[in-house]
Design a protein around this ligand. Structure first.
Ligand SMILES: NC(=O)c1ccc[n+]([C@@H]2O[C@H](COP(=O)([O-])OP(=O)(O)OC[C@H]3O[C@@H](n4cnc5c(N)ncnc54)[C@H](OP(=O)(O)O)[C@@H]3O)[C@@H](O)[C@H]2O)c1
Length: 233
């Protein structure tokens, strides 16, 4: 029996990278999916791959920086899935890495708008449709709160706070809010953050999906977990 048979999941930022790997893993384990990206064209590859894996998979265009797009995307996701069991808040942007004191406040605002405010808005819009016992999984980073990572570090620290608050507030519905740090993954964002690094030395995102599968299945590792430490007890 597939691990996620009958489950319905929304995975944001699934056009490439970590989100694409999570969507594919969910598809292979029997989940029905909504995948998001900023363009329908950018989602064609993941849609094809998920359908080849036998999954029902619907593309939804979402720009987390645009509140109207977020509201529209939430409505479209609910229309496609009906009930939602798992929301994976994966989409994000890096922005400039520089001391916060010197960072362009407009750019910091944009990164926070995408990684935190837009993500919260989408989550709020989906919550009434989230099944009791479901999960809100938000993709954080080891750079949360890290000096000289400007808006990214601020936004990920905020995302972890958002997750901890939702976790407490939604406990009476049995909804598990968990922040997962995937750790280094071979993606466009990683290459932009570490331009001197040999990508071959970085794990492919498909190697990091197990906590996302297990939490969707029902595991509750607490408010924050490291993918690299998953399964090590
Ligand atoms: N890679 C790593 O080593 C690493 C480590 C720790 C944490 N993370 C986290 O993992 C998540 C995925 O990162 P990644 O490395 O896979 O990055 P990526 O390859 O750059 O992919 C980012 C995804 O987010 C989507 N996206 C970008 N801007 C968006 C916006 N304004 N609205 C909606 N979607 C948007 C992109 O889709 P479109 O361009 O198609 O819109 C894309 O699917 C991020 O939250 C990142 O912070 C990554």
């Amino acid at each position: 029996m597939p691990r996620l048979d009958g489950m319905r999941a929304v995975v944001t930022g699934a056009s490439r990278g970590v989100g694409r790997a999570i969507a594919l893993a969910y598809a292979r384990e029997g989940a029905a999916l909504v995948v998001t990206g900023r363009s329908a064209r950018g989602l064609e590859g993941v849609i094809r791959a998920c359908r080849e894996a036998g999954a029902s998979c619907a593309p939804v265009v979402l720009d987390l920086a645009d509140p109207a797009s977020v509201d529209h995307a939430a409505d479209a996701a609910v229309a496609a899935l009906g009930r939602v069991d798992v929301v994976v808040n994966n989409a994000g942007v890096l922005g400039s890495r520089r001391p916060l004191a010197e960072a362009d406040p407009d750019e910091v605002g944009h990164v926070v708008a995408v990684n935190l405010a837009g993500t919260l808005r989408l989550t709020q819009r989906l919550l009434p449709h989230l099944a009791d016992g479901g999960a809100v999984i938000s993709v954080t980073s080891g750079a949360a709160g890290r000096a000289r990572w400007a808006g990214y570090a601020v936004s990920k620290l905020g995302l972890e706070g958002m997750t901890a608050m939702l976790r407490e507030e939604l406990a009476d519905r049995g909804i598990r809010a968990v922040a997962v740090n995937p750790g280094p993954a071979r993606t466009d964002m990683r290459a932009a953050a570490h331009p001197g690094e040999d990508p071959a030395t970085v794990p492919h995102p498909s190697a990091l999906v197990e906590p996302f599968l297990a939490i969707a299945e029902g595991a509750d590792p607490g408010p924050r977990v490291e993918a690299a430490e998953w399964g090590r007890g």
